[in-house]
Design a protein around this ligand. Sequence first.
Ligand SMILES: Cc1cc2nc3c(=O)[nH]c(=O)nc-3n(C[C@H](O)[C@H](O)[C@H](O)COP(=O)(O)OP(=O)(O)OC[C@H]3O[C@@H](n4cnc5c(N)ncnc54)[C@H](O)[C@@H]3O)c2cc1C
Length: 486
Amino acid sequence: MPRTTPRPGPAGSPEAAAETDVVVVGMGAAGCAAAVTAHDAGASVVVLEKTSAAESGGNTRVSGGAWFQHDDPERAAVYLRALAGDRPIPEPVVRAWAEGTREVSAWIESLGARVLPTGDYTAEYPELPGSDCYGGYLCVEGVLGDGRLFTALEKAVRERGIPVHHETPAEQLLTDPATGAVTGVRTATGTPIRARRGVVLATGGFEGDPELVRTHLGLHDVPVWGSTAATGDGLRMAQRVGADLWHMDNMMAVDGITRPGSRHAFFAMFLYSHGYLWVDESGERFVDECAPSGHGQALVDGRYVLKPGRPMHVVFDERTRRAGPISPDADVLAVGWNVLVEGYRWSKDNSVEIERGWIHRADTVAELADLLGVPPARLTASVREYNEACAAGRDDRFGRSPATLDPVTEPPYYAYRSGPVLAWTNGGPRRDEHARVLRPTGEVIEGLYAAGTVSSTYSWAKDGGFHIADAIVFGRVAGAHAAART
Ligand SMILES: Cc1cc2nc3c(=O)[nH]c(=O)nc-3n(C[C@H](O)[C@H](O)[C@H](O)COP(=O)(O)OP(=O)(O)OC[C@H]3O[C@@H](n4cnc5c(N)ncnc54)[C@H](O)[C@@H]3O)c2cc1C
């Protein structure tokens, strides 16, 4: 039977649950998986969630909710090792990931959700060994996005009667001064909650914290595609008790448009025209804009590099403006904070967002350059060179595919600055195959676990559906291991 020792405090408040077996911090995919698994293993569990019920679920809530399918742990391990390249992931973690990701669908079905394939997704890095294991996307009800995965996970937590304390951020880990083992957490209001068996950090990444983003990713104050609650809280809490870090310079970013005054940005997809180019702060093109990209990386000049990985200006023309919405709304891609939580519908011809000033407009490329603050002569030359490549059907400089060489010749011209937009970060406290957080010496910090984007498995390249799978696999591992601790 789950055991919770009640303490004085209003029923349902964190004070009323001042002692429990397992405290789970954060209620996204990793937190829900940890809470449900620990509960089902017989532990009493309390979940602390920073945001309100309407905003909880972090990136899981606004994600595609898709995980990748495979039925071959051997080949999946080969693929993960190849994706990691010269940043190898510890072999026991690779093995746990490869075995665990095969079980994700069965576990979600065991919660009562219907799991079906969606779309026609193939491996993003078919050139790498092991990519043949990749069996496409699976989703709840076979529907990408729309919050369906989070709804199913939240229901499983609720059905078990696991107490969830919303608007209760955890702020500090409690430790045993003699052993350094983690014994609980303190909330932002100062309430200590003792965890007899363990604390699972499942607080998401640090993309919502400008200072951490600047330090570890070299990007200045970029907006996010998902939840702004991902401010690296778990990372900081773990660091304070001596955790080592891993994968801090890895991320997934997208080309996107910022709404002034908001930390949430829109994903720019250019589904209806390829007539656009990317230039840097000096007005120069710097990459094949349409190089096939995985979730964060693309193969450029024989190396897997972050793409997009730097600030840029995206320039297009009237033809592309008219062709269709450059940012998809919920009918096309029901993901992202602005689309799902705020319900924003992008105008069909982009005119509303241009009128609102989110996208600059000018009659000439030189005038557009002035609005962007880049040298007019350089931007004019970049657009001219790009159009020459379109006319020739060959991009000698960056090798952009001829099929994507749509010219940018029809005034007026448009542009926006893409920071780029951070989808999520990958780094955090280093952990082992049991999701136990480690010190720089490799020793385990007893009683402390991390799962999901707070400490993702991915050291470098990663494929579609890998992150939900990772959150669920190591959330389950953490919940089971913590519940079994005495
Ligand atoms: C637009 C978008 C689409 C995506 N689509 C996919 C997809 O289809 N497939 C895929 O594999 N990946 C996808 N991802 C990535 C994936 O959503 C995440 O990697 C995954 O959901 C992370 O789960 P998590 O539980 O680690 O973190 P989150 O889901 O971010 O949950 C973290 C939770 O912790 C809470 N929290 C933070 N700090 C504290 C604190 N101090 N105390 C208490 N609570 C705290 C947050 O409020 C939040 O509820 C997508 C991401 C985005 C942004």
